[in-house]
Design a binder for this molecule. Structure first.
Ligand SMILES: [Zn+2]
Length: 90
């Protein structure tokens, strides 16, 4: 995939140049409400809240491609694209 593409920007309301990059998950906060609740529910007898995934059937993961407008810095995310590896070329 090229490093920059010409696509429609909903904020500029016209086609502009966008830079392409992959979405990367941010760092998880250990003290977030959901994380604290999950930790509490896992305690004691009863085990897991959700079944633990033993082995995956899929060989690839769905990745999210981010397109950032070079004019207004608006970011469009294109999710659900299955690919092994994304190569950014000039
Ligand atoms: Zn824009």
């Amino acid at each position: 995939m090229p490093k920059s593409v010409m696509v429609y920007c909903p904020k500029c309301k016209k086609h502009t140049e966008h830079s392409v990059y992959l979405y990367r998950k941010g760092k998880e906060r250990a003290m977030a409400e959901g994380a604290r609740r999950h930790e509490e529910e896992k305690r004691g007898y009863g085990g897991q809240k959700y079944a633990e995934l033993v082995r995956t059937a899929k060989t690839t993961k769905k990745s999210t491609i981010m397109l950032k407008c070079k004019v207004c810095n608006f970011v469009i995310s294109k999710s659900g694209i299955r690919l092994r590896k994304l190569e950014l070329v000039e």
